[in-house]
Design a protein around this ligand. Structure first.
Ligand SMILES: [Zn+2]
Length: 172
């Protein structure tokens, strides 16, 4: 019995391969559009990791946000004195109360400052503990006196805390 060829059997396989290749190329192009290589760390990251820059050809800055943050922190520490002088000058010429300036700064940068402090603590944990211990050893009497004073001033809170703690211990 003779058999008719089905329509799909007429399709040229090389044509399918070509279409597949084209699709792949298009995908690769899309991928390269939403990814960018950081000029500083060299990592390939999605565009969201780069700040907007209208002057650049792809609309984003060359370095990723992490590298930019690190760069500005580095700049801050290397130019701390200049910056402080500039801030002081600004404060003086604009007659802004220093305490208000710092209050506002701390309020506006709360999250960032907390993050930096946390990272710094994590990075220097051992050194900080050692320093605190050394300070305690060197100033034992002073530290103990402060502790006593603190306990004196927080008697009610300590009692309340102990009660809560006992309750928790029984309950749990
Ligand atoms: Zn980077």
């Amino acid at each position: 019995m003779s058999r008719y060829k089905r329509p799909y059997e007429f399709i040229d396989l090389s044509l399918l391969k070509r279409i597949e290749k084209q699709l792949e190329n298009r995908k690769e192009l899309e991928r390269s559009k939403i990814f960018k290589t950081c000029l500083i760390c060299g990592e390939r990251k999605s565009l969201f990791h780069f700040s907007v820059d209208r002057r650049s050809s792809d609309g984003r800055v060359g370095a990723c946000k992490i590298c930019k943050n690190r760069q500005s922190l580095k700049y801050y520490y290397e130019h701390k004195e200049e910056i402080l002088i500039r801030v002081e000058e600004y404060r003086r010429t604009h007659k802004i109360d220093r305490s208000i300036y710092f209050q506002n700064y701390q309020r506006d940068h709360k999250k960032q400052l907390k993050k930096i402090a946390k990272a710094w603590y994590k990075e220097n944990k051992k050194m900080i503990k050692k320093r605190n211990l050394k300070y305690y050893e060197d100033n034992k009497e002073h530290c103990q006196a402060i502790r006593k004073l603190w306990i004196e001033g927080h008697k009610e809170e300590i009692k309340k805390y102990n009660r809560e703690y006992q309750k928790l211990k029984k309950g749990g």
